[in-house]
Design a protein around this ligand. Structure first.
Ligand code: DAH
Length: 323
């Protein structure tokens, strides 16, 4: 049986929901001036016979009260712990940042889309090439300085090299297919160069080849004009200068004008040399065409106004996040 005081305490504890309130109530019962503490002090006033009985009663009451407080304390702690794992679905969610396409890949992707709309097929070739496709088939004479012009990375296996340009894929494709041809070849290329702001050992090119019965320089000019206008999203001024490549005759260097009016060299091109067609099993009496190749890194640098090619390969997010 519990006393009136304990019954009242039980009632009071029912609505307590924090440690702070619990402490307040505890003070009211067991504190210096608490009900139970004061009752002990009253003991002295009682007659001797009654004192002992009252004393035992109060001890029991005190013990009960202490247990009740302890129980309540545990109850509140448990409840708080539970609340901590509660998920508040009204809070804003965690942000996941989405990656985006590398500026170089953007230029490749956009270039491919432009050429595909003009009926060109995207073709690939091996990065580890043999001398025949990289040089001989493209009409580089054995002792011609042009071979050294492209500082080649040779591998240990004799006659094999890291392709110095994407042009060998022209021959590989023509060998296996019959004309007419309209292809582009995006891909990585390698040269043994000292790296600086405009040179990297590994870089990217996009090659183009169009062969048909009556393809001329006029078609070439129209196609690159269309390409540049779409890629740079403005009317681009294009200039052809005479150039030299063993695999084209005549050969051109192509310049485009930037927004400030400066001429920038941006691709090599020409009418496919009859010897290259012959080496690829295509009859030069029946077929003719043009080819060009450009550095995709350089094109991206012009498009985005970047002045150092090494930034593309640095994986520096401060740079990449700008595109
Ligand atoms: N392959 C040449 C280079 O890497 C670029 C080039 C020039 C490609 C003329 C062509 C071309 O297709 O006709 O320097």
């Amino acid at each position: 049986m519990s006393s009136k005081v304990i019954e009242e305490l039980k009632n009071n504890l029912k609505i307590v929901n924090s440690q702070e309130k619990l402490e307040n109530i505890k003070a009211k019962y067991l504190g210096k001036k608490g009900i139970i503490t004061l009752a002990f002090k009253e003991l002295g006033k009682l007659a001797h016979e009654k004192r002992k009985e009252r004393g035992v009663f109060l001890q029991k009451e005190k013990k009960q009260a202490e247990n009740l407080f302890l129980q309540k304390k545990e109850e509140i702690t448990k409840k708080l712990k539970k609340e901590k794992t509660f998920v508040d679905i009204t809070l804003p969610g965690k942000k996941f940042s989405l990656g985006h396409i590398h500026p170089l890949s953007q230029v490749f992707k956009q270039s491919q889309e432009i050429f595909e709309k003009m009926g060109f097929l995207v073709v690939e070739g091996p990065e580890l090439e043999i001398e025949w496709y990289n040089f001989d088939a493209l009409n580089f004479p054995k002792d011609h300085p042009a071979r050294e012009m492209q500082d080649t990375l040779w591998v240990k296996e004799k006659g094999k090299l890291m392709r110095t340009h994407t042009s060998p894929v022209q021959v590989r494709y023509m060998e296996k297919n019959s004309p007419p041809f309209r292809i582009i070849v995006p891909g990585v290329t390698f040269r043994n160069e000292a790296t600086d702001a405009s040179h990297e050992v590994q870089f990217n090119q996009l090659e183009c080849l169009m062969v048909d019965k009556e393809v001329s320089v006029v078609d070439f000019k129209a196609i690159i004009q269309n390409f540049f206008d779409q890629l740079f999203e403005r009317k681009v001024k294009v200039r052809l200068r005479p150039g030299f490549f063993p695999f084209t005759e005549p050969s051109f260097e192509i310049d485009i004008q930037d927004k400030k009016g400066n001429w920038l060299e941006c691709m090599g091109a020409g009418m496919v040399h009859p010897k290259v067609l012959e080496n690829s099993g295509v009859d030069p009496q029946k077929w003719q065409g043009f080819a060009f190749g450009f550095g995709a890194d350089r094109m991206a640098m012009i498009k985005f106004g970047i002045n150092d090619i090494r930034l593309f390969y640095s994986s520096d997010l401060r740079f990449l996040n700008q595109f």
